[in-house]
Design a protein around this ligand. Structure first.
Ligand code: B12
Length: 465
């Protein structure tokens, strides 16, 4: 019987959308916990659910001798995690949840069957908890920082705040050998012709975008020593022979000196691997993009969010629309693809802002863009701002923050017209100046644009009740 079983509630084969995308990545959070706790002498196992199914996990929980289970949860996996909690408890396991969501819904998770909710980084809190369990002094848990639990009367108790790990370089790499990372690489390769692995070079994002969840790392930003990151990259390449990598940092190019040092070390060791990463327009310039290109970057994702400066300012995004346009142009000059994230329906967005976004994307012409209708993540200033207008359509345990309705906002139909309009306008803009500008396709797009714009106007007064 291990001291701890770590798992997460993500089942790739049960998720039709993710199956279409087929770009799974190893769950780094629980792998970091695993390596840290193993280094402290605990016997830790990982049940990676990604390629498994809930029956197999439930079977494991029912047949193994119960000890402690630690489950990662985010806003998409809540329903699954609640089910796992129920089965684990019934089978006699002590249950702990952590990750980006539970801290914002501590009471709900405790009432759903968690014995403990861990806030923020889990390494040190889990270590203290396992030590308390080992000493059989469960009462001492009330003195462990970074926790919530229910007391004998069913009231939630929160222990003091847990300080973050000061030096990430003293932490071990994630315990990738605890799971089958090669299966991730193979899944990528089978679906896309390229195998990929992920790693992080830093923790936390210092920016204050009002809709973004800072539940785990707050507003801090801690970077790893670039030389040690290169060690990990070198090991990843030797061990898994991926064709590309994904740097899963929130903003890879925050610290320009760091990127210079990292690039210099990769150059010194003769390492180059195609990769994609996320950045911000204000943290990209010609020098950074030259270095990214040299390192093998083939795609940079830039949070663009809106083409309306008024909305960007309302989000506290800290970026100018023109900066995004310049960053995409600089990216293109270096043969790097640009990907853009866009958001509809943020507080205060009017038709004119939507048109501004459409114009912005049509002018900028990123290689790919994704749109989302904004949703309030619990714990964010955006959630706070719209909290009085939120309508939970389904019970908490079987829904997610993505499904919360915001009263008074435009209807889904309205945003689907905006989406269609955006896609067609951008496609038409791409045809401009080419022989296809007068093609049948262009004529069809113009017709569709007219229809979508009419749809947008006719649904303008439809609001969520
Ligand atoms: C990589 C990533 C993805 C990858 C996931 C691949 C993977 N398996 O990692 C992809 C692209 C698929 C993805 C998708 C989505 N993501 Co994402 N993603 C990230 C990102 C950028 C990095 C994750 C990471 O590796 N972190 C590094 C590790 C070290 O941190 P960690 O996982 O949080 O783990 C620490 C603690 O949480 C804690 N901990 C973790 N597990 C456990 C378990 C226990 C028991 C305990 C005690 C503690 C504990 O200790 C760990 C070590 O300190 C984070 C942002 C971030 N910087 O974390 C967003 C983030 C996790 N994603 C987020 C969101 C919203 C999504 C999507 C819903 C987006 C969308 N619109 O589709 C989807 C959901 C997909 C799904 N079905 O689950 C949010 C989650 C918010 C929330 N409250 O849940 C985050 C936090 C971004 C944000 N700031 O808003 N994502």
């Amino acid at each position: 019987m291990a001291d701890l079983l770590l798992t997460h509630g993500y089942f790739l084969f049960e998720d039709p959308k993710e199956l279409q995308i087929m770009k799974p990545y190893a769950p780094l959070g629980i792998l970091y916990l695993c390596s840290h706790l193993r280094n402290q002498g605990f016997d830790v196992e990982v049940f990676d659910t990604t390629f498994s199914n809930r029956e197999a996990l439930f079977q494991h929980l029912r047949t193994e001798e119960p000890s402690v289970i630690g489950i990662y949860a985010n806003l998409m996996t809540r329903g699954n995690v609640v089910e796992v909690l129920k089965v684990a408890r019934e089978a006699g396991w002590k249950t702990i949840v952590g990750g980006p969501e539970p801290g914002a819904y501590a009471l709900e998770y405790l009432q759903a069957g968690a014995d403990f909710v861990v806030f923020g980084e889990g390494e040190l809190t889990m270590q203290d908890l396992l030590e308390a369990f080992r000493a059989d002094s469960i009462d001492s848990c009330s003195s462990i920082p970074g926790l919530a639990y229910l007391d004998d009367t069913g009231n939630m108790r929160e222990t003091p705040h847990r300080e973050q790990i000061a030096d990430l370089d003293n932490q071990p790499w994630p315990a990738r050998h605890a799971i089958d990372v090669s299966r991730y690489v193979k899944t990528w390769r089978d679906a896309h012709g390229k195998g990929s692995v992920n790693f992080i070079t830093a923790r936390g994002c210092p920016y204050k975008c009002r809709w973004c969840s800072h539940q785990v790392f707050g507003q801090t930003h801690r970077r790893r020593d670039p030389l040690l990151v290169v060690d990990e990259v070198e090991w990843l390449l030797q061990t898994y022979s991926p064709d590309m990598v994904w740097v899963s940092d929130d903003v890879f190019t925050i610290n320009h000196k760091w990127i210079r040092d990292y690039a210099a070390e990769m150059r010194r060791r003769g390492l180059r691997i195609p990769f994609e990463c996320i950045s911000r327009a204000d943290r990209l310039n010609a020098e950074m993009l030259d270095l990214l290109a040299e390192l093998g970057c083939f795609r940079v994702w830039i949070g663009s969010e809106s083409g309306s400066q008024r909305i960007l300012d309302a989000m506290d995004r800290g970026v100018k629309v023109e900066q995004v346009q310049q960053a995409v142009a600089l990216t293109r000059e270096r043969g790097i693809e640009s990907g853009m994230f866009l958001m509809w329906g943020y507080e205060g967005e009017e038709l004119a802002d939507i048109e501004a976004t459409i114009k912005h994307v049509s002018i900028t012409k990123p290689d790919i863009f994704f749109t989302t209708v904004s949703y309030p993540i619990k714990g964010t200033p955006y959630y706070q701002r719209v909290s009085e207008r939120l309508v939970q359509l389904k019970p908490w345990s079987v829904s997610s923050d993505r499904e919360i309705k915001i009263k008074g906002r435009h209807s889904r139909t309205f945003y689907s017209h905006a989406d269609k309009l955006l896609k067609d306008e951008v496609q038409l803009a791409r045809l401009a100046g080419t022989p296809a500008a007068n093609s049948e396709l262009a004529a069809t797009l113009r017709d569709q644009i007219q229809l979508s714009r009419a749809g947008l106007h006719s649904t303008l007064m439809e609001v969520e009740a």
